[in-house]
Design a protein around this ligand. Sequence first.
Ligand SMILES: Cc1ncc(COP(=O)(O)O)c(C=O)c1O
Length: 399
Amino acid sequence: MSPDRPVLKPALRPFGESIFTPITRMAIAADALNLGQGFPDFDGPPFVIDAAVEAMRAGHNQYAPSHGVPRLRTAIRDAFASRYGVDYDADAEVTVFSGATEALFSTINALVDAGDEIVILEPFYDSYPACVAMAGGRARYVSLDYPDFALDVAALEAAVTRRTKAILLNTPMNPSGKVFTRDELAAIADIACRHDVLVISDEVYEQLTFGDAEHVPIATLPGMRDRTLTISSTGKTFSMTGWKIGWAIGAPPLSAAVRAAHQFVTFCSATPLQHAMAAALERADDYYPRFRADYAARREALLGVLDAAGFEVAPPDGTYFALADITPFGFDDDRAFCEHMIESVGVAAIPPSWFWADRRGGRTLMRFAFCKRVEVLEEAGRRLAGLRDACDPGSRRDR
Ligand SMILES: Cc1ncc(COP(=O)(O)O)c(C=O)c1O
C-alpha cells in the first residue's frame, strides 16, 4: 500500500496515542516512581494464584463457553445478590468478558448503530469515546467539575436526545474519585426511564469506597433492573489487573445483545483464570475487609504526601486515584507540569485533561494513583518534598 494512503480509519484518528504511553516512557527513562498508571505494584491474594494453578493442572485449559464458565457466572450472581439484594439468572443474565474493557467494547458495539448517541459523563475512562467512535456512534458529554464533581441534572437531561441509546456511567468514578450518591443515581434513573434509554454502568471500583461513601449500583434502583447493564471486573478488586476477567450483568435481551458481539470479539476469556476468579469471589468475604483497610491506609499515605508537598487535593470517596490542583505550583498545563515533575523530582502521575473531551476540565489537575505499596508512596513523598523549589520560577527552565 502506498505510504501516503492513510491506514487508520478516520473515526480512530483523533484519539492518537494514549497519554499513558509517553508518560510511562518518560518515567522509565528518568527512573521515576510511577504513580501514573492504575495498576497495583503488589500481587493479588495467594489463594487466587493457587486456584489458577489448580485449574490449569485440573485440565481447564481449552475454550470456555462463550458467555463464561458456569461456576464463575454463579459466583458473580451470588456476589451481586448478597451485597446489593438484587437477583439475576446466572445463565441468561450474566456474561463473562476479557476485562471490563472488553465488556464495554462489546456492549457499545452491540448497542450502537451509525448515528446513535451515547451520553458520557466526563471525566471519563479513556476507552469510552473510542468505543463509541469505533461503533460509528456519537458521544455527547456532560461535564462534572473539580472539586466535588456534582452531577448537573439539567445538563444531563439536555444531553439526552431522540438518538440517545444509553447513558454511560462510572461509579466509583475514575479519575475523579467521585462516588455517585443515591440521589444523583435516582436523578439519572428518572431521566433514563422518562426518555426510555439504557444505562451502561461501569462499576470496576465497586469495592473501593472510603469513609461513609456507599457504592450503589444503579441497577438496584426502581425501574432500572431491566434497562441497565452493570459492568465490573476482578482486576482492581483482586489486584490482578493483568488477568482481565470481567463481566456484564443485565436482563435477558441486553445480555443476549452483548453476547452477540462478544462471541466475535474474543469468543471467550481465559478458562483457568475464570475458575480462579470464581474461587476468589466464593471466598471473598474474608478478603474484602483487609483489602479495604489496606487501601484506606494507602489513601491516607498519598493524601498526606500530597498535602505536605503543597498540593490542594480533593480527597477521593472511591477508586484508587486522587486528583490534585497544580496551580499552587504556578502551572496551568497538566502535561507540562507532569513532565517537569518527572524530570525534576522523579515522580510520574497522569495529566488528566485527556479524560475530558475538550481537555479544559482537567488542565490544572494531576491524577495520582495510590495502588502502590506504602513505602513507595512514602518515597514519593520524600521526592515530592523538593517539588516546590523545583517549580520556583527562578529555578525552572521555561516550557
Ligand atoms: C473506569 C474503568 N473502567 C474499566 C477499566 C478496565 O477494567 P479491566 O482491567 O477489567 O478491563 C478501568 C481500568 O483502569 C477503569 O478505570
